[in-house]
Design a protein around this ligand. Structure first.
Ligand code: FES
Length: 154
């Protein structure tokens, strides 16, 4: 039986009908709502490419069942900033070359935004690396990523 639910998605109410209770938030976003900024890497909770914010907290959307999110507030990379008004984390990633191929970047940025909103100490690079450790960058752009998160947290 289809499940009707309502999300607040990037600040706007969104009615969703799920015909399969096994649909993940990642697949809902990418395949049904055309929000393809959130990336699918491993699809098993190991890479962080699919990171979004749910009620302000970082989650791996590949591990989150959409059916559990009725009434939740979901923020994806599409809702974080605009081309004309970048979020401070986005601006800092550009400033510090916090990416190379860019595939992991939406997840990195969402994770950084969540980490900063949790009260990250910008002067503790080890804490930044630990806090971002769930987001893998195969290009190895970790130095720039750490600098970007540090600047955005200041
Ligand atoms: Fe979700 Fe890798 S795609 S953690």
């Amino acid at each position: 039986m289809p499940l009707s639910m309502t999300l607040t998605l990037n600040g706007a109410a969104r009615d969703v009908v799920l015909d399969d209770p096994r649909v993940t938030l990642l697949d809902l976003l990418r395949e049904r709502l055309d929000l393809t900024g959130t990336k699918k890497g491993c699809d098993r909770g190991q890479c962080g490419a699919c990171t979004v914010l749910v009620n302000g907290r970082r989650v791996n959307s590949c591990l989150t069942l959409a059916a559990t999110l009725d009434g939740a507030e979901v923020t994806t990379i599409e809702g974080l900033g605009t081309a004309a008004a970048l979020h401070p984390v986005q601006a800092a990633f550009i400033e510090h070359d916090g990416f190379q191929c860019g595939y992991c970047t939406p997840g990195q940025i969402m994770s950084a935004a969540g980490l900063i909103s949790e009260g990250l100490d910008a002067e503790d690079p080890e804490r930044i690396r630990e806090g971002m450790s769930g987001n893998i960058c195969r290009c190895g752009a970790y130095h720039g990523i750490t600098l970007a998160v540090q600047e955005a947290a200041r």
